[in-house]
Write a protein that binds this ligand. Structure first.
Ligand code: Q9C
Ligand code: ZN
Length: 345
């Protein structure tokens, strides 16, 4: 399978994230993608290419212009507040919750940082925009290849994307690579696109982006939001709205779920995608379902990922894979390569 890799991901290296009153070293580290890249190379799992350049137009098909403008200029504004900020990352600490206004853009940078985000775990750094843009270019390059007839393409994206919404970042995500890919597939001629999200955390951004759309089906298997991040979305009763009613499927599972139960949910999601008659599939590939993931609660084992790859291949749909979470860095390369290898066999 062809892989698109952007070295600009190295420009996003968050220092600290807020967790339970403490600033902890970021789980979403640059070596995540480097270890996957090394494993793909070692196993000769296909060509590895740099993405093509794209302008902002395909990003603006998913995100608002005012959000993209904010991301592009955020670091300059952050260091303009105080030159000493260059040595720190920007973390939001105010949010316009229910009853506050979000239509008026505050002049104060910290207020705008909160307006365009939903948690304090996602540091914005000097290189976040460049890195996120590079990741989106990987996703768009993968789409271009699949539209040209390739069966599958892997966008080894970092930072991840599926928590990012139309106009907000969070959950380590800035640009929603899977949503950008799905929209680009639509714009490139695929009439019906399905997004399957198998990250441990519900893909709240992707769901929200397509919630009222009948042309993009969203299915997700994730830790139950009653106890698991992102908490406020991802319940089974969210089925889509308006013209998109019936085009959203959430399959929340309890902490501790292992492969036998997980793969039943996968079969259910794939059956729904079949019923939707998708022309192409986008896979939001989070690897934080692994039993040893430090921030997640499922119990998938390394060999289970071969089976997942085989199951996805058996669907026979053209597929664009975007990389999402996965924080057990020591085994992340092995697990990811197992899935891709299972797909190829
Ligand atoms: N212990 C992705 O996997 N922190 N994002 C939750 C709970 C945020 C995960 C803390 C997790 C975000 C792409
Ligand atoms: Zn995740």
């Amino acid at each position: 399978m062809i892989t698109f890799y952007n070295a600009s991901h190295l420009r996003h290296q968050g220092r600290l994230e807020m967790f339970r009153g403490e600033l902890l070293p970021c789980f979403e580290r640059a070596d995540r993608v480097e270890t996957v890249l090394a494993e793909l190379r070692a196993r000769r799992l296909g060509p590895i290419e740099a993405p093509e350049p794209f302008d902002d137009a395909p990003l603006a098909r998913v995100h608002t212009q005012r959000y993209l403008d904010f991301l592009r200029t955020a670091w300059q504004e952050w260091i303009a507040l105080d030159p000493a900020n260059a040595g720190k990352d920007a973390l939001p600490s105010f949010w316009p919750i229910r009853g506050f206004r979000s239509d008026r853009l505050p002049d104060n940078f910290a207020a705008r940082l909160g307006l365009f985000s939903f948690d304090a775990g996602t540091p914005l750094t000097a290189g976040s925009w460049a890195a996120a843009r590079g990741g989106a270019c990987c996703a768009l390059s993968a789409v271009r290849r699949v539209l040209a007839g390739e069966r599958a393409a892997f966008a080894l994206t970092r930072p991840p994307g599926h928590h990012a919404g139309v106009d907000f970042f969070g959950g380590y995500c800035f640009l929603n690579n899977a949503a950008i890919a799905a929209q680009a597939l639509r714009d490139g001629g695929a009439a019906r696109v399905a997004v399957l999200d198998i990250d441990y955390h519900h893909g709240n951004g992707t769901q929200a982006i397509f919630y009222e759309r009948p042309d993009v089906f969203f299915a997700s298997i994730h830790g139950d939001p009653r106890t698991e991040y992102p908490f406020y979305l991802g319940h089974a009763d969210e089925r889509g709205a308006g013209a998109g009613l019936g085009c959203n499927l959430n399959l929340p599972l309890p902490r501790g779920t292992a492969y036998p139960e997980w793969q039943q949910a996968l079969a259910q999601a794939l059956q729904a995608i079949n019923g939707f008659c998708a022309d192409a599939l986008v896979l939001s590939l989070g690897m934080d379902t692994f039993e040893h993931d430090p921030i997640s609660g499922f119990r998938l084992k390394r060999d289970d990922y071969y089976r997942i790859g085989e199951t996805l291949a058996a669907q026979g749909l053209p597929i664009v894979i975007t990389f999402e979470g996965g924080y057990a860095v020591d085994e992340l390369g092995i697990n990811t390569a197992n899935l891709l290898q299972g797909f190829e066999q």
